[in-house]
Design a protein around this ligand. Sequence first.
Ligand SMILES: Nc1ncnc2c1ncn2[C@@H]1O[C@H](COP(=O)(O)OP(=O)(O)OP(=O)(O)O)[C@@H](O)[C@H]1O
Ligand SMILES: [Mg+2]
Length: 293
Amino acid sequence: MNANDLSVEPSDVNVVKWGSETPRGGKAVLNRILKEGATVPLFCAQTLIDSLRDVGYNHTTSALCEHIDNSIEAGATEVRVFFRQTGKQGAMRTDAAVYDNGRGMSPNVLKVAMAFGGSMNYNNRDGIGRFGMGMKTAALSVSPVLEVYSWQEPAAFYNMTLDVEEIGKEKANLVQLPDPTLLTELPDELAELFLKPMGWPSDDSGQDILAGNKEELAARLGGSGTVVYMPNCDRLTYAKVKNLGTHAVQEVSRVYRRCIAEGLKLYINNRRVEASDPTYSIAGARHTRLRSG
Ligand SMILES: Nc1ncnc2c1ncn2[C@@H]1O[C@H](COP(=O)(O)OP(=O)(O)OP(=O)(O)O)[C@@H](O)[C@H]1O
Ligand SMILES: [Mg+2]
């Protein structure tokens, strides 16, 4: 046989031994390649997106820090992390979200940002982001769906969503992202995060909620910002919000101590996080204040 002859051997199809959970779209693409010699994409989106869920993050907190990094890089002065738990014991649902008041993204930037490898800071070592992977892989490591809402003027929210299951069903060889959808307000499910106290923390020192009602929320969300929403998380380090929150507070108070000392307002479930400074070198840090009484 000529080495350049790419005609398909009938036996090729029998080589395939994919499991029962294989994305339908992935099967369709592979079959087309094996049976018809169709063009092979460098990345098979239908299966890659599924496998990326397992890569890279060994803790829910470290995945959330990817979003906080992006927020800081976008010039945010306020970042709020949410863990919301609803439903009855045994059938609890947990949603996670990160809000920031940074510069937000234009629709075209948002489109690039949703692509794996899509970055505005690619290979720029001055900042934090570098690979165009963080937001997507970190979100999908905790939830099968990533919803991003970003705005650069009041009440003009651009939304894009990556849904692992939906992409798995795609039959096209080359999966393309749709254009962002423009919304005049955030969906209720998401807006509620900003309007109601979270189940945790429940002690009487209270929670500093972003807004009292929807009208106030529109003003409070202001001229630019971004929300990364991870609904219905299915891969979290802890089942209970109390443990997720406590661990997150502990870590981010240390990791972002310098940014906090420089004025970043960082909240977890509406509770402001103070800088924790193991080296006692920041004047405003919690330890310093404890020591000085
Ligand atoms: N909160 C945000 N506000 C504004 N722009 C954002 C925000 N989050 C992400 N972006 C934009 O989306 C792009 C992609 O983000 P992503 O985290 O996937 O990659 P990155 O930060 O560039 O690199 P890395 O893979 O190292 O995190 C960023 O380059 C940035 O332009
Ligand atoms: Mg990043």
